[in-house]
Design a protein around this ligand. Sequence first.
Ligand code: FAD
Ligand code: 2HG
Ligand code: ZN
Length: 470
Amino acid sequence: MNAHTLRHALEAIVGPAGIVCDPERMASYLSDWRNAYRGKAALVVRPATTGEVAAVVRLCHEQRIAVVPQGGNTGLCGGSIPDDSGTQVVLSLTRMNRIREIDTANETITVEAGVVLQALQKAAAGTGRLFPLSLGAEGSCTVGGNLATNAGGTAVLRYGNMRDLTLGLEVVLPDGRIWNGLRGLRKDNTGYDLKQLFIGSEGTLGIITAAVLKLYPAVRSTTTAWVALPSAQAAVELIGIIRGLCGDRLTGFELMSRQSVEFVLSHVAGCSDPFAEPHPWYVLIELNDTQPDAPLNQVLEVGIAEALERELVIDAVLAQSEAQVSALWAMREGISEAQNHEGPSLKHDISVPVSSIPAFIEAVNQRLLEQFPGVRIVAYGHVGDGNLHYNVSKPIGSEDAAFKARQEAIMRVIYDVTMDLHGSISAEHGLGQAKRAAAKHYKDPLELELMRVLKETFDPKGLMNPGKVL
Ligand code: FAD
Ligand code: 2HG
Ligand code: ZN
């Protein structure tokens, strides 16, 4: 089928509003927001219903055309970007943006894959409930992308990641059949849990078109603190103290190195250092409660007082207003963007057991600075989940190209230590195209073999997001 015939066949399914084929309008679908990944496509198709997705996928299956699912295109591993053959079809889910049902008695919400995370949060809030997934890209990323990457974010400590928040899925399979698994059941032991195969599969097993997600009671009290620490080890001890006092009211515990904060102070408008002096490490702590006027400040103050006594904390401020809460979170959420202003950011989204975080940082810092003098280490992240974004920026004054040439060697140092500490080379961003080769190198061969068996079973023609994950 030539490009002209393909366009007409797809247009007959989705109508003219569902086709993007002029180069200017296609551009935003063909590269990511950092411009780190770029591709070409035959065209972009934007179906508006599950039936249309199924018909598009069926046609592509018959014609052996590869399909690249795309949501908000905020992913950090190039998973939603086509290759450079110009033959693949990008299937954007953004027109599938309906909230299908809110069942308050069952505490569930059924949404289509193209619903933007922030719109989902607002719909939940409108019923006095919470949808807890929260991340920096929430104004643009979609539920389908969150599911396909098993997104994490800043509230995983209390509520879990996307896997934990999902009860049912509707999926268009690679041959165009529709699997209706939209069940809102909290208990269902009728064999293998198929939805979990699609969650985190990054569009390689099928296209998620809708989901039944869990709702939680709205948060009515919040306390937020910005705390300076002498070391990462102190952060690990502090989280133990705070969790012991607060239990699951501890919602966020985000670690940031001084370098991370300095980048934000230099590049993100309106941010200012809460302390007069610089300190080696910071954590942003958030406690939530469903009770109004819960005494969270007092509990946190008790924890911080104990930590001060044990010299685990240097200084701390508790936010006194909504504006201060937002300002502290803006510092944390601004790191990713701020780092882009300092040249290429080599991203390493690793996890190790929480207890191994200090050993990880010490070993990698030492090896990197020995082997690559002057590199700037931007280590931060969801330390309560054992998840660090151990990103690296080039030495001041050096060339981007020279730095990028060292990418592989830098990555090896970081991933070798990660594996020594029984960790993972992707905690929450997935593999996409960025970490496909690394996964082949570092993942257990038996696990890879089983993944390949699954891929071949679901997608024997290899048409679903080829070149990603495996
Ligand atoms: P896309 O980028 O469009 O796609 C991501 C992957 O999912 C691709 O492989 C794509 O093919 C596949 N896909 C998309 N939709 C579907 C579908 N309907 N069916 C099947 N496959 C599909 N991630 C975190 O986990 N935690 C964070 O804290 C976090 N913070 C971020 C902060 C910033 C500033 C940015 C830019 C990104 C951040 N991310 C984070 C990464 C990203 O936002 C998430 O991975 C998000 O879940 C991707 O959603 P998306 O709709 O943009 O997906
Ligand atoms: C975060 O936690 C995101 O801010 C983005 O996962 C991390 O840009 C990154 O490396
Ligand atoms: Zn993150």
